[in-house]
Design a protein around this ligand. Structure first.
Ligand code: SF4
Length: 453
């Protein structure tokens, strides 16, 4: 029996000192990042689910702090590591720790797929792209003591989610997680220049069959009877008919959940009603900018987001009228952004009635067309400084303001947006509008279905 340690890097920390200090006094500001950092690595749990139990023993660990590394077991026959971009170098330190002890290491995920050469320098095997179709080969090679340096599919991005395994949620310590992730789809039809997830793992949008999603949720409920689910999708609801079927089934599960989507959901009242009835609490939408000029050109193909800009306020109001809060995400430092953009974001947030807001720096992630373009234009502040890819550190030189102006404008904006007054005003406004809405229906109390069963 071979032993495999699945190790996820967690706990991304910004390096920007002023923002770190602010985070302590403006908790709302770092909330979403904290939530992401505390989610388990669904990718590793999925690979664990593909690992035959009769041939392998598996363990799942997370490392937020490298000082804890010596506490982890070393008696593994293989260690599989996944990481956020900002912790790439720490993940490499973990790999070095195991390689020095003679333990083979395999690394994968979006960042590693974007940086195969750099990763290979740590004497590890690299899995490129989607892990599921390649993992059985890794296991076979492990058993015969002949791991390859690189695992790559001959048909990248073609994994059919109908064959997705049940993730090993049972490997998680139930006390440590209050949000559990489930993937219902992979990919996104938009091709934002700065987005790695829509290009590095899959070439097309694909969905997981309804019965598989429901089976995962039921598996989660065996461990967490009243879970809060976060759908680990790039963009849910793209295939409307499929999602309507899924939502009808989800409604029977008595859940609360969150997902990421785009403003198109607001066009479809039936969909919004089904989302409400299925327990959707919040949707996160990458609005990116209140400025049409800043939205122009952010996608590689169409200017879809720029064309939606006039519709943003109406879409937010419609979605929220169903009792589903919108977390609107804005990026500052986009090429057309001038120092006026900070006030424009503030005013948009105020008069759109957004319940929640997230503002981040425009960040060049490895493997993206954005990184390549800015590198050609000599606008990457420090090449390969992946630790700055936290979204709260600046790794690019903006085009129409200085780095100092970007930093100062951002600080001023987040202080305003996340002040107690501003936050309570957003909450109050949401509730005021909801009272007047005929689309809202109070959800059934959580757990009633379980009690009745
Ligand atoms: S809409 Fe979001 S997920 Fe889709 S390509 Fe743009 S950034 Fe990526």
């Amino acid at each position: 029996m071979k032993r495999i340690g699945f190790i996820a890097m967690s706990g991304v920390r910004a390096h920007n000192e002023e923002l770190t200090k602010l985070g302590l006094t403006l908790p709302g500001f770092v909330e979403r990042n904290k939530q992401i950092a505390s989610l388990p690595s669904l990718g590793l749990l999925t690979l664990a689910g593909l690992t035959p139990r009769d041939r392998f023993e598996v363990e799942y660990h997370e490392i937020a702090d490298l000082r804890k590394l010596p506490e982890l077991p070393v008696d593994f026959d293989l260690v599989a590591i996944s990481t956020f971009t900002a912790q790439f170098y720490e993940a490499c330190d973990v790999a070095d720790h195991y390689r020095r002890r003679g333990v083979p290491v395999v690394m994968g995920g979006i960042t590693v797929s974007a940086l195969p050469e750099q990763t290979r320098q740590h004497d590890v095997s690299v899995v490129l792209g989607e892990g599921e179709p390649l993992w059985p080969e890794v296991l076979r090679d492990l058993e015969r003591g002949a791991l390859k340096p690189i695992y790559a599919s001959s048909t990248p991005g073609r994994f059919d989610l109908a064959h997705a395994p049940m993730p090993r949620f049972d490997l998680l310590d139930p006390e440590q997680y209050n949000r559990i992730t489930v993937q219902t789809s992979r990919g996104c039809p938009h091709r934002c220049e700065f987005c790695a997830s829509s290009i590095l793992l899959t070439t097309r949008y694909k969905v997981k069959p309804v019965e598989k999603v429901i089976a995962e949720i039921r598996e989660i409920k065996k461990i967490w009877p009243r879970p809060f689910i976060e759908f680990a999708d790039d963009n849910s609801f793209v295939h409307r008919a499929h999602y309507k079927s899924l939502l009808r089934e989800l409604a029977k599960e008595n859940l609360r959940w969150f997902t990421e989507t785009d403003v198109r959901v607001a066009e479809d009242d039936e969909l919004l009603g089904l989302m409400r009835d299925a327990g959707c609490q919040q949707v996160l939408i990458g609005l990116e900018s209140p400025r049409r000029t800043s939205l122009a050109g952010i996608e590689l193909k169409r200017d879809w987001k720029a064309r939606q800009q006039d519709y943003y306020r109406e879409a937010i109001a419609k979605i929220q009228s169903y009792g589903i809060t919108v977390n609107g995400c804005f990026i500052v430092g986009l090429d057309p952004d001038t120092p006026e953009v900070f006030d424009e974001v503030l005013h948009f947030v105020r008069d759109s009635g957004l319940y929640e807001v997230q503002v981040t720096f425009s960040t060049a992630f490895p493997g993206t067309p954005y990184y390549e373009r800015l590198k050609r234009e000599h606008r990457i502040i420090r090449d390969k400084a992946w630790e700055l890819c936290t979204l709260f550190d600046i790794n690019i030189r903006p085009q129409n303001m200085s780095v100092a102006e970007l930093q100062a404008g951002f600080l001023k904006l987040v202080k305003q947006l996340y002040s107690d007054d501003e936050t309570s005003q957003r909450r109050r406004e949401f509730r005021r509008r909801l009272k007047q809405s005929t689309n809202f229906r109070k959800p059934a109390p959580l757990g009633t279905e379980l009690l009745a069963a």
